[in-house]
Write a protein that binds this ligand. Structure first.
Ligand SMILES: Cc1cc2nc3c(=O)[nH]c(=O)nc-3n(C[C@H](O)[C@H](O)[C@H](O)COP(=O)(O)OP(=O)(O)OC[C@H]3O[C@@H](n4cnc5c(N)ncnc54)[C@H](O)[C@@H]3O)c2cc1C
Length: 385
């Protein structure tokens, strides 16, 4: 029996692979997605707290996330599916000189790239985040167009809509090998069989390094773990995602927002980073973040936490994703190293990848593909990674 053949095989039905399948199928490319897990978004997509912002420090992530925002905002109208999208904005608060200077410097760049973001004074931050500790508060930046959505509902909807557009999904089918003949990727091998494709897309998140090695690549993607949690639901009192960039012993920054169901969802960046694939919750996280959240917003002190979890950021040396045609293996397209922003990058990247593979890439797409190319120097550093 001859093996099934596709225009595109996507390895990984996560934050990136699932929306990519939707846009690829919409572009008329025969598309098959393979994932080791039993359903979409079961990798680190499900660990994401759902923040979606275009407020980054460089033009490529800004451009991709601006498109993601448009996709999230219009998804219900386009498809009828509710992703629990909520446009509450983002506010990065400044409580010391360093953070104020950093945010104001970034603001110049961000506005140059067309972002709807501005400096707001302490009084405005207090309106946005009622009850925030005012001692030392300088103000902050506020970007009203940013927001949040449910990662699990998004993964489910992207998968259903991708299937409607003609893509097929193979769950519980781990990819064991990427077939490379004469320097060209020709397909994949799974436990269930062998499949051919003109292009293979690697969208394997924290497993990028191991799966890249199947094609002989040495990808600089190293997982580090982050924990998050969710509280009981309370009456809606604040709209934006609040980000506090001040470092403290044991952590770099932390962020939280109130979701459309009234729960507060929160996350912290450990310092030093905790490298590895351990996804077991620790006893350190909750006391650490509770102390920081209550110090910033004392009214949270009696709120009950319902659940915590731990997942992985697939990190690159410079904090930017690796996106583009592999320079070493023809026919292999890399969409890995999403760091802490794969959920917000996913839809925009999916749309870009579909344009690139169907010969419709725009000038902006080419700029993104140049900035995020796999063979860059990795010399820079994302300021808001
Ligand atoms: C606590 C926490 C909070 C976060 N909050 C946010 C947030 O608010 N906003 C945001 O944008 N990002 C957030 N992130 C980051 C985000 O979760 C990741 O960047 C994103 O999920 C990575 O997307 P991905 O598609 O690369 O990987 P994944 O979503 O992990 O998908 C990779 C898929 O590949 C599959 N796979 C791997 N190997 C194989 C194989 N051999 N064969 C077949 N399938 C395979 C896996 O099963 C998985 O489904 C957060 C992360 C954590 C841990």
């Amino acid at each position: 029996m001859s093996e099934a053949s596709f225009d595109v095989i996507v390895i990984g039905s996560g934050s990136v692979g699932t929306p990519a399948a939707y846009f690829l199928a919409k572009a008329g490319l025969t598309t098959a997605v393979f994932d080791a897990a039993a359903s979409p978004g079961r990798g680190d997509n499900r660990a994401a707290i759902g923040g979606v912002r275009a407020t980054h420090s460089d033009r490529s992530k800004i451009a991709v996330c601006q498109e993601s925002l448009t996709i999230f905002k219009t998804w219900q109208e386009t498809t009828g599916d509710d992703l629990l999208w909520r446009q509450g904005g983002y506010t990065f608060v400044a409580c010391d000189d360093n953070i104020e200077s950093l945010l104001k410097a970034l603001l110049v760049k961000q506005r140059k790239f067309g972002l709807d973001i501005d400096w707001v004074d302490a009084a405005r931050v207090k309106e946005l985040v009622p009850g925030i500790e005012s001692n030392g508060l300088r103000g902050g930046v506020f970007s009203p167009g940013d927001g949040s959505a449910s990662p699990l509902m998004s993964a489910h909807s992207f998968k259903v809509q991708a299937e409607r557009a003609g893509a097929e999904f193979h769950f519980g089918e781990a990819v064991k090998d990427i077939k490379v003949e004469d320097g060209r990727a020709t397909g994949i091998v799974t436990e269930g069989g062998s499949y051919a494709a003109k292009t293979v897309i690697l969208a394997t998140g924290a497993d990028a390094s191991e799966t890249g090695a199947m094609a002989g690549l040495d990808l600089p993607v190293v997982p580090d773990s982050h924990e998050a949690g969710v509280t009981e639901a309370i009456g809606q009192f604040m709209d934006p995602m609040v980000v506090d960039l001040r470092p403290e012993e044991g952590s770099r920054n932390f962020y939280f927002y109130q979701n459309s169901e009234g729960q507060l969802v929160f996350c912290i960046t450990p310092e030093p980073p905790i490298i590895g694939k351990d996804r077991r919750s620790t006893s350190v996280f909750l006391p650490q973040i509770a102390k920081r959240m209550v110090a910033l917003l004392p009214r949270l002190r009696n709120l009950k936490v319902r659940r915590i979890w731990r997942g992985l950021y697939p990190m690159t040396p410079d904090g930017f994703p690796i996106v583009g045609h592999s320079p070493d293996v023809e026919g292999l397209f890399l969409a890995v190293g999403m760091c802490g922003q794969g959920f917000m990058l996913g839809p925009g990247l999916g749309a870009l990848i579909a344009r690139e593979l169907s010969g419709r890439a725009t000038e902006t797409d080419q700029m993104v593909l140049t900035d995020l190319r796999p063979d860059r120097e990795f010399a820079g550093m994302e300021a808001l990674k």
